[in-house]
Structures are given as C-alpha cells and as structure tokens.
Design a protein. Structure first.
Length: 73
C-alpha cells in the first residue's frame, strides 16, 4: 500500500520552524490549494506551538511511503 503525507512547513513567532502533517492527501494536489490552506492556517491562528502562532509559510512537501504488511499466521 502506498501512503502519501503532505507536510506544511511554517515559521512561528519565535522564528523557529514548525510543521503540520496531513496523511492520505487527495490527488491531484493543486499548488494554489496548498497556498490557500497555509494562508488560512496563518490568518486564523489555527495552531500554536511552543514558539507561538504560525506566522509565515516556509515550504510544503509530499512524502510517499510504501507499506507492506507481513502476515504472522
């Protein structure tokens, strides 16, 4: 099974990196949608970290991972 995770990377008020990961993202993933989601997260102070609220977009990436279950019968 192939799994995909979208990681949104931000900078918080302390100027430290922070990220939010979303599993099982819908394909195709549009760049404009990612920007809009990140802007909404920042504008609405959706998440707070040890270094304060997220204030700036840093980047985004999709990670693909192949998972193979092993049956132990």
């Amino acid at each position: 099974m192939m799994t995909k995770t979208l990681t949104l990377q931000f900078v918080n008020e302390a100027k430290k990196a922070a990220s939010v990961s979303i599993n099982n993202v819908k394909e195709p993933l549009d760049q404009a949608d990612v920007h809009a989601a990140m802007d909404a997260i920042i504008a609405n102070n959706v998440f707070i970290t040890d270094g304060g609220f997220l204030i700036e977009k840093k980047g985004a990436r999709i990670t693909e991972r192949q998972v193979t279950d092993i049956e132990l019968a």
